[in-house]
Design a protein around this ligand. Sequence first.
Ligand code: SF4
Length: 93
Amino acid sequence: MMERHTQESLLESFERFCSDNGSFKLNPDKEHVDFVIDGLFANEKAHGLKLCPCRLRDGSKERDLELICPCNFFSQKTYIEEGRCWCGLFVKK
Ligand code: SF4
């Protein structure tokens, strides 16, 4: 069964995700992080998954799997060139 997150527990799980990896961290702009997290919860409510709030679904399962947060943002242009995932939730250290 999928874990039900609160805002706080989701933040904790993202913090763990960052500390497990080491090369990136949560964006220090807390207001922005809260904004993205609100979007994740809105998508979970609408679509059953915490899908990226900044990119478009096409209705396919394949696309939805790409959009589950955290996504594979290391290959994204914004991460390589600007040091942040597309939504700016995670930033390079
Ligand atoms: S771009 Fe950032 S916020 Fe969006 S799904 Fe990927 S990691 Fe999450």
